[in-house]
Structures are given as structure tokens and as C-alpha cells.
Design a protein around this ligand. Structure first.
Ligand code: FES
Length: 569
């Protein structure tokens, strides 16, 4: 028995309390010797049939267990809340912080020494990392892995991205409804997460860039046998990490966050990475803010995957995956430790690219300087973001008249009206979709294009909101405007007909209305009534921070690593 091992306080006691915990565990058939002081490894599983992207995690948990047993540990799997992005209302993001609380308190309350986080779908990876970071045990991630490439009539289909393109094509009369519906089954052909570089694959890729998972974790398809082998090897590694006391705080450093920002630019990653990295940094006590994302603004786009490019995650895997990308940007990466124990340079050492059209060389990128841009101005004093790699270049410098929707319901009821007074120069503004307003900051910022413009051949216009957008989405979409409209931010004061100026180059977002007029509007502004008056949603609205702070709950920022000393019996 290792005296200072955390699990000793649960299973090493020769007294009534130790008896109780061991005896009840033995009802699962565990023999005496597994309580001999070996590392107890928690397998924190977000498997659920309601989270189809994570439906392969029950199998992967078995792979992790094989590795843990082999390395002399004692694996114990436990469930936490699962967040099915496509299945939850009003939005899975409302519950990311609840998952993080579940993960944190489960890890803290149970007698485990290290934890393997099994997640995949968009909010599960950040939620699990946030929760684990607030306890600070040795921790490592195994992701679901992407679905196989979608297929339909001989062409590849990308989750989310092609869905949006096809929905617009139906609106334009360029695709039949029957063909549209026929793509439904071909889009999701196996277990796994969206196989575009959406939020799930972005977060899995950044997890590698931050050194929180073993190489190949992000891109190996969910159903590739090598993912099971990866789970097995990860099970072995977490036991070693416990022996080495390689805690999450030794891996998640300021340098590893900067590496994640660089990697996010290179892969054309999701705008959602901003909000999740900010929240995660808050858990480990690293002062990261929106301006730090400027590190990525000069980084070229290297990965040719939807929505910024044309390939899918399966192609990315066969081309070399994240290790090959990290090797390409190696000269920019900061020295940072990984779960392997060494530096990030050792992590990608020897990585090769096998398809230069999927992973472009640094000096021949898909787009130069394609990292996310932070915009500030009188419309977004605390910032907003735009993703140039998924935008229309000409619209990134634009001035136009606003057409305002005060709510998502108003947008849905009116967007396709033939008499909607909009042109290709109009800037659509959507209010009430921030963290408090919706609540939960849903992925509705990429508002659908008005049908009348689609019929005219318009395929992108500037859109501004306090919402997020899916990592699979595209367009000149300005997101995460902070403070949000519901909180009385300047977005709440915008009226139809106001002029707005956007400059991604200058990093500005301005409402061209006089300060005197804005003051008058502010004086007449009334806060909308609350949507929720009880339960978790009320707690969320009462405590959620704005987008520029990662939309974490104010009382969850930071960590608590004190030992748990009080007994339940
Ligand atoms: Fe789950 Fe895309 S909806 S990963």
C-alpha cells in the first residue's frame, strides 16, 4: 500500500469504514487483492444512447480497463451526465457546466487516484476537462472519434456542413426535397462524432495540442480497431501517470493553451473552442482572455477539412492527423508537457504527412492568416469573434444597414417572408441568444439566409448576434457579442435601419449611432422577464458569466484540491 495514495482513504482502512467500502464493491465480484493499494482508475463515461456521437464509448471503456488491469491498476467505470448536441433542448450548452459539476464532484467524492475521460460530442469534452481540472488528479482523454465519411450518390457528405448547404439549395430550388431527405441516412454511417472539423473534432484536436490525450486520439475513426487499441494503451498510461503524479495542472499550462490557440487556427477549428478554452483556463487558474486568441490570427489554415475546406476527418486521419499538423507548426509551439511526460516536441516527433492536399505545408497553406479574429467596438465592448477561414473575404470589411430580430422566434417566423426588407448588403442582427438570454447561448448565430436573397443567388451576408454557431457552420458570422443583449449590452440598443461597420482587419465592430441617441435608448430599455424561475436553469442564469469569460458559472471558476476528510457513515 502506498501511504499517500488518495484511494487509501477509501479502501486501505482496516476499520468499519474501510470494511463498508470494500465489502459493497465486492458485490461486483472483485477479489480481496484488488484492494491491495494499487492505483484506482476512474473511467468517467458519457456513453448514452441519447448522445449518438458517444454511443461507442461503452466499448472503449472496456479497452481502457484492459490497459489499466495490465498495468496493475484497478479500473472502475462511472457514468456522468451526457450531452447529445443534436438531441437536447433548448441547447446542450446550457448543461456543459452541469456536466462539469457532475464530473468534478464524482471524481472528488470517490476513492480514485486518476481518471480517464471518455467524451466526444461537442460539450462533453470541455465539460469533462473543466470538471477534472477543478479536482486536479492525473487525467487523460479518450475521445469517441469521428464517424466514417458520409456517402450519397458517390460523393462524400460532411455532418452539419452539407446539411446547411443542402437546406439552402432546397430553398433556392436547386435540390429536391426528396433528394434532401435521402441524404439523411447517408450522412451518419457509423458511431462517432461529426466527421467535419466541427466542435467535437476541434476539441479532440486541441486536446492533443494541449497534450491531454495520446497521439492519434482526435482523428482515428470511431469504428477503427486502432481506437480500441488506443483506449487500451491509454489505460496503461494513466496508471503510470498516477505513479508519476502527473496531474492535469502539470499539463494544462499557459503554454499548452497557447499551443491550442495555434492549433485551432491551423486546423480551421470551431469558434466554440474560444468559449471552452476560456472556461477551462479559468478552472486551472490561468488568465487567458480574448486578446490571447490574437496569437492565432497570423497562423495559416493547413487542414483542408469542412467547413473551411473540402475533406473530412477520415481523410485527415489517413493524412497523418494532429501529430502531422503539430509537426508543421512545430517552430511556433511553446514548450509544454504532455500526458506522455515529455514535451510537445516529443509528442509529434517523427510525424509524417501522407496527403499534402489534406494537410498543407506551412509555406503553402489553404489560406494565409486564417485564425479567429477578435472584434471590439461600441457594439461589443467586451469582444466578439469571427472565423475568417469560414467567411467571405469581401464581407470581412463591410458597412451596412441592420435588420434586427429581437428573438429566435421572431427570426423563424419572418426570415423567409417575400417582403422582408433586406438586400445582400444588409446586416442581420439577432438578440436574446446569449448565455442568459436563451438561456445557454445556442448555436443559432449562423442565421439562415432569407429565402428571397437565396433565390437571387446570395450565399452569404453579414450576421451578428450574442449566440454561438456550430463548428460545422460557415459564413460571415459575428458571434459571442459581449455583453449580451439580455444583460443590457449595446446589442440590445440596435434598431432596424441603424448602420453597422465591421472590419476584421482592424478588429472593430461599431454601431454608427450617436452616443446621445444610444443614451436615450438605454434609458428606455427594460430587461426581458426571466424564462426560468426554478431549478438548474435558474441557477445557471443567476450565475453564468459572459462569453468573454467562457460562460462558466461564477462560483465554479478555479479549483479545490483539498482532501475530502469527512465520512458518510
Ligand atoms: Fe455530436 Fe456533432 S453532434 S459531435
Amino acid at each position: 500500500m502506498t501511504d499517500d495514495r488518495r484511494s487509501r482513504a477509501w479502501y486501505g482502512m482496516i476499520d468499519k469504514d474501510g470494511f463498508t467500502r470494500r465489502s459493497w464493491m465486492k458485490n461486483q465480484g472483485f477479489p480481496d487483492h484488488v484492494f491491495d493499494g494499487r492505483p484506482v482508475i476512474g473511467i468517467c463515461n458519457t456513453w448514452s444512447e441519447l448522445t449518438p456521437c458517444n454511443s461507442g464509448l461503452r466499448d472503449l471503456a472496456e479497452g481502457v480497463k484492459r490497459g489499466v488491469w495490465e498495468a496493475g491498476g484497478f479500473p472502475v467505470e462511472f457514468p456522468v451526465m451526457s450531452l447529445g448536441e443534436t438531441q437536447m433542448k433548448p441547447t446542450a450548452m446550457l448543461f456543459r457546466n452541469l456536466l462539469a459539476m457532475d464530473v468534478e464532484e464524482s471524481i472528488r467524492a470517490y476513492g480514485i487516484d486518476g481518471v480517464v475521460l471518455l467524451g466526444g460530442c461537442d460539450k462533453t469534452t470541455p465539460g469533462q476537462l473543466m470538471g477534472a481540472a477543478s479536482v486536479d488528479l492525473p487525467s487523460i482523454v479518450v475521445s469517441s472519434g469521428p464517424m466514417l465519411n458520409g456517402k450519397w450518390k458517390g460523393r462524400d457528405l460532411g455532418s452539419g456542413t452539407d446539411l446547411r448547404k443542402f437546406a439552402t439549395a432546397v430553398k433556392a430550388g436547386e435540390m429536391t426535397l426528396a433528394d434532401f431527405m435521402a441524404t439523411e441516412s447517408g450522412m451518419s454511417r457509423s458511431k462517432g462524432v461529426c466527421m467535419t472539423m466541427g466542435t467535437a473534432s476541434t476539441m479532440a484536436s486541441l486536446t492533443e495540442a494541449m497534450g491531454m490525450a495520446l497521439p492519434t486520439n482526435a482523428a482515428l475513426p470511431a469504428v477503427d480497431a486502432r481506437r480500441m487499441a488506443l483506449a487500451h494503451i491509454t489505460g496503461r498510461r494513466i496508471v503510470e501517470m498516477v505513479e508519476e503524479d502527473l496531474r492535469i495542472s502539470k499539463v494544462l499550462t499557459r503554454e499548452s493553451f497557447e499551443n491550442a490557440i495555434i492549433a485551432n487556427a491551423a486546423v480551421g477549428g470551431s469558434t466554440n473552442a474560444v468559449i471552452h478554452l476560456l472556461a477551462l483556463a479559468g478552472r486551472v487558474g490561468i488568465e487567458l482572455d480574448l486578446s490571447d486568441f490574437e496569437i492565432g490570427s497570423g497562423i495559416p489554415l493547413l487542414v483542408n477539412c469542412m467547413p473551411s475546406g473540402k475533406y473530412l476527418m477520415e481523410d485527415f486521419c489517413y493524412a497523418g492527423g494532429m501529430a502531422a499538423v503539430l509537426a508543421e507548426v512545430a517552430h511556433l509551439l511553446r514548450p509544454a508537457r504532455t500526458v506522455l511526460g515529455g514535451d510537445i516536441a516529443a509528442y509529434h516527433q517523427g510525424a509524417e504527412c501522407h496527403n499534402r492536399d489534406v494537410i498543407r505545408p506551412f509555406d503553402d497553406p489553404l489560406k494565409p492568416a486564417a485564425g479567429l479574429r477578435v472584434l471590439r467596438g461600441n457594439l461589443a465592448p467586451r469582444g466578439a469573434i469571427v472565423k475568417p477561414s469560414a467567411a467571405t473575404d469581401d464581407l470581412l470589411e463591410h458597412e451596412g444597414e441592420a435588420y434586427v430580430f429581437d428573438s429566435i422566434e421572431e427570426l423563424k417566423a419572418n426570415i423567409d417572408r417575400d417582403d422582408l426588407p433586406v438586400t445582400a448588403d444588409t446586416i442581420l442582427v439577432l438578440k436574446g441568444c446569449g448565455p442568459k438570454g436563451y438561456p445557454g447561448m445556442p448555436e443559432v448565430g449562423d442565421m439562415p439566409l432569407p429565402a428571397k436573397l437565396v433565390r437571387q443567388g446570395v450565399r452569404d451576408i453579414v450576421r451578428i448576434s450574442d449566440a454561438r454557431m456550430s463548428g460545422t457552420a460557415f459564413g460571415t458570422v459575428i458571434l459571442h457579442v459581449a455583453p449580451e443583449a439580455h444583460d443590457g449590452g449595446p446589442l440590445a440598443m440596435v434598431q432596424t435601419g441603424d448602420r453597422i461597420r465591421v472590419s476584421a482587419q482592424a478588429g472593430t465592430l461599431d454601431l454608427l449611432v450617436s452616443e446621445a441617441e444610444l443614451k436615450e435608448r438605454r434609458a428606455g430599455w427594460v430587461a426581458p422577464p426571466p424564462h426560468y424561475t426554478r431549478g438548474y436553469a435558474k441557477m445557471y442564469v443567476d450565475h453564468v458569466l459572459q462569453a468573454d469569460r467562457g460562460a462558466d458559472l461564477d462560483f465554479l471558476v478555479g479549483k479545490d484540491t483539498r482532501p475530502v476528510t469527512r465520512e458518510s457513515h
